[in-house]
Each structure stands twice: as C-alpha cells, then as structure tokens.
Write a protein that binds this ligand. Structure first.
Ligand code: NAP
Ligand code: NAG
Ligand code: NAG
Length: 324
C-alpha cells in the first residue's frame, strides 16, 4: 500500500542529496579550499622569464589591492589606469615595498570608443610582447555617469552617458581581453583570466546600464571559459567574481561590515577562489550567500528586495551628500 509513496521518497532523497551537496560545496569553496593562484607563478618558457600579471583599473580601490596582493605573491605587474600621476604614485609605492619586482604602467581611457581607441589598445598591448604574462585581471569598471551620478532612470540619462558606461564596463574589457589573450597563450603554460561582475546584474532599478554592462562581463567570462575547454586549453582558467558592495574604493571609504568588505579583504577573498572550478563565484561567503539567496527567491520577493535595497542606498547617499 505504500508503493505509491516510492516516487515521492526518491524525489525527496535526490533533492536532499543535491541540497546537501550544495551546502558542502559552499563550505568547501568559501572556507576550506586553498587557492591555487601560485600555479600561475611559473617560468614556462625558460627559467629566466619571470611571470607577469596585468591589472586594469589598478590605480584605485579593488584593483590597487589586487596589485598589492600579486606583488606579495611575487608577480611583476603591469598597472593600467587613466591617470598617469596616480599610476606613478602606485608604481613608486610598490617599488619601495617590493624592490626585487618590476612594475610597468599603461595609460588608456576606457570610456573612449571607435576604431582609434581599439587601435590604441592593441598598440599598448603590443608594447608588452616581451613579457611572460600569466594573469589578466579585468578589473576596470565604474557605475558612475560622467558627473558621478549613480542612480538614474533611463529617460533622464544623456546619450553620452549610455556610451560611457557601456565603454568602461563592457567594450574596453572585451577589446583589452582580445588583445591580451595571445600573450597568455603564447607560452603554453597555466594562465588565468579573472573578471569582475556585479550583483547589479540581478536587475536593480536606476542602475540599468551598469547592471547590463556587468552582466555582459560575466556572460563573456563564462563563454571564454568554455571556449578554452572546447579548444583543449584547460590550462587556461577563466573565472568571474560576483561582487556586492565593497568599501575602501573611490566612492566609499566607510568602515567595513560583514556585508560590505574592505577592498583588501575582498581582493584576498577573490584570489582564494582561484582554482575552485566554478564559472562565477563571490569573493566572500556572505556575498556568496546573498547572491544565491536572491537568485532562489520567487519573483515578488526578488522585486521587493532589489527595489528596497536601492531605495535604502539612495537615502544613505542623500544623507551623506547633505553632511558633506
Ligand atoms: N566597489 C563596489 O562596491 C563594487 C561593486 C560591484 C562591482 N564592482 C566592480 O569592481 C571593479 C573595481 O571597482 P572599484 O570599486 O574598486 O572602483 P574604483 O575604486 O573606482 O577604481 C576603479 C579603477 O578603474 C579606473 N578607471 C575608472 N574609469 C576609468 C576609465 N574611463 N579609463 C581607465 N580607467 C578607469 C580607475 O582609475 P582612476 O584612478 O583614474 O579613477 C581606478 O583605477 C569594477 O569592475 C566594479 O564594477 C565594485
Ligand atoms: C590625477 O590624479 C592626481 C593625484 O591624485 C590628481 O591630483 C589629478 O587631479 C588627477 N588628474 C585628473 C585629470 O583627474
Ligand atoms: C559604503 O560602505 C558601507 C559599509 O562600510 C555600506 O554600509 C554602504 O552601503 C556603502 N555605500 C555604498 C554607496 O555602497
């Protein structure tokens, strides 16, 4: 008489096993697994070719912390940014702390578009041909309009700001990656492409362009990962980092909280995920949990949480602006 319950029992067992697996996998990835970033520190060509990493948007925030972390791991670094003075300061700072390493700076405004700008990107990357590059970090990105506005409805957005946001967050990373991949493949050894996503891609109101451009980055990263597998290049790791709010960056200098980690802790968290085998992963356990929970919500709850989240943020910014 209980045979009719067997299918239910089977479904229940499968569901419980899958859920248990997910929980254990989460604990493994976010708390236990050691990073395999050191495997990108190699001399695959010959012993006298020291490994280099390239970081875009390295002059501030998370990019700057990535630079410090990679220097600690003994990588030579190409620092990209738009402000030559800021890059020069960072180079000096790194040089003083790590005198045995080399640092180069490259300047390119990521908000420009058109054939001239794509040519410029290729020309800059051509100057790096002599380097043994094993890591590319696509970090450059900005949620702000040209005047610094962050939250705006689409009809109140200037056409130039639409181009600006798409250029900085999507077009430049795509052009830059295209130019750098041949360097990463040239030595035939392990190589890593790490790119920055944003929870904005969940579809936050008044952040439509930024979220859509960051969604481009993660879709691009997921596809590149499979492109490498398809081509038999499984020594090339392609990893997307889903990013919630981070402090210690150009637009936020407040104290860190569980929800909003400091850029240094964030950078270490992201590097700890290297080698985890996911296509996209969060840098901290808390942000990973939030990301999974929001995606699992029914639509009406997701609507509520994304809308109230933006409302809260706008109120806080308004308060801060009043104080300043
Ligand atoms: N912080 C967050 O809460 C958060 C949340 C989600 C995702 N993210 C992502 O994390 C990444 C880093 O963000 P962050 O908060 O660390 O940013 P940040 O502190 O503002 O630093 C951004 C870096 O990118 C450079 N940059 C900005 N616009 C540029 C342009 N037009 N041309 C060339 N370089 C440009 C900046 O150069 P300058 O020094 O000249 O300004 C700086 O080096 C971005 O991809 C961002 O989308 C951040
Ligand atoms: C570049 O950075 C320096 C140092 O932070 C700053 O004084 C200068 O105004 C910046 N230049 C531009 C064009 O933003
Ligand atoms: C700035 O960081 C604080 C935590 O230190 C966080 O509560 C706040 O949401 C952040 N602000 C923005 C605009 O991201």
């Amino acid at each position: 008489m209980y045979t009719s319950l067997i299918p239910l029992a089977v479904i229940g067992t499968i569901w419980t096993s899958l859920f248990t697996f997910k929980v254990l996998n989460f604990i493994w990835i976010y708390f236990l697994r050691p990073s395999s970033i050191k495997k990108y520190h190699h001399n695959h060509i010959h012993s006298s070719a020291p490994p280099w990493a390239i970081i875009t948007g390295a002059s501030d925030g998370i990019g700057k912390q990535y630079a410090h972390e990679l220097a600690r791991l003994d990588f030579n670094i190409v620092l990209h940014g738009r402000n030559a003075t800021k890059l020069h300061h960072l180079r000096t700072e790194l040089h003083d702390e790590f005198p045995h390493l080399s640092f180069r700076a490259i300047v390119a405004d990521a908000s420009k578009s058109g054939p001239e700008s794509s040519k410029h990107i290729q020309e800059i990357v051509d100057t790096l041909r002599d380097l043994h590059v094993t890591i590319l970090i696509n970090n450059v990105g900005s949620g702000g309009y040209r005047d610094g506005t962050v939250y705006a409805e689409i009809q109140d957005t200037e056409p130039e700001d639409i181009d600006h946001l798409i250029n900085v967050n999507a077009r430049f990373p795509a052009q830059f990656t295209r130019a750098v991949v041949p360097l990463l493949l040239s030595h035939g050894g392990p190589a890593l492409i790490l790119s920055m996503g944003s929870m904005g891609e969940l579809g936050c109101p008044k952040l439509s362009l930024y979220g859509a451009a960051k969604c481009f980055d993660m879709s691009f990263s997921r596809a590149l990962r499979r492109e490498m597998i398809l081509a038999g290049r499984d020594h090339v790791e392609v990893l997307g980092i889903m990013t919630g709010s981070v402090t210690g960056v150009s637009h936020n200098k407040s104290k860190a909280t569980l929800q909003t980690p400091d850029s240094g802790d964030f950078a270490r968290g992201a590097f700890q995920k290297v080698g985890c085998g996911e296509d996209v992963v969060a840098a901290t356990a808390f942000q990973g949990l939030v990301w999974n929970m929001v995606r699992a919500m029914p639509l009406f709850l997701r609507d509520q949480s994304l809308i109230s989240g933006i409302k809260r943020d706008m109120e806080m910014r308004a308060k801060l602006a009043k104080k300043a």
